[in-house]
Write a protein that binds this ligand. Structure first.
Ligand SMILES: [Zn+2]
Length: 122
């Protein structure tokens, strides 16, 4: 750790081993204190991180699950909360609808419009 002690035996400020050990003990104790403080801080942050989202989800579910995200129904041009929307993923794009009827109308319209993909899977 400290090659200085072997290379410069003359005029070393902490020549006596007891003094050196004392300084070393103080430094180690200091770093140990910082280490414990950091560990305690990390644990505190972790606990807060784990607890906080659950509380939010619970309160959000009680108030009706309104996350503030509105999506548009492309069939009947209505805006509705994403939680209440019917999701349909077409070619990697998400489309939202207010009901299964609108979703069916969209799919029928898309099939008739492109008439390319013949995926008849019910
Ligand atoms: Zn609709």
């Amino acid at each position: 750790m400290s090659p200085d002690r072997n290379q410069e035996p003359e005029g070393a400020p902490f020549d006596s081993p007891t003094g050196f050990q004392y300084i070393r003990g103080v430094i180690i104790g200091f770093f140990r204190l910082i280490f414990y403080a950091v560990v305690a801080y990390v644990i505190y942050k972790f606990v807060m991180f784990v607890l906080a989202p659950r509380r939010r989800q619970r309160t959000g579910a009680r108030t009706g699950g309104q996350s503030g995200v509105m999506v548009k129904d492309e069939v009947c041009n209505t805006y509705l909360p994403r939680e209440d929307a019917v999701l349909e993923t077409v070619e990697g794009e998400n489309h939202y609808f207010c009901s299964q009827a609108c979703r069916g109308a969209f799919l029928a319209q898309r099939k008739g419009g492109t008439a390319g993909a013949g995926r008849a899977r019910t």
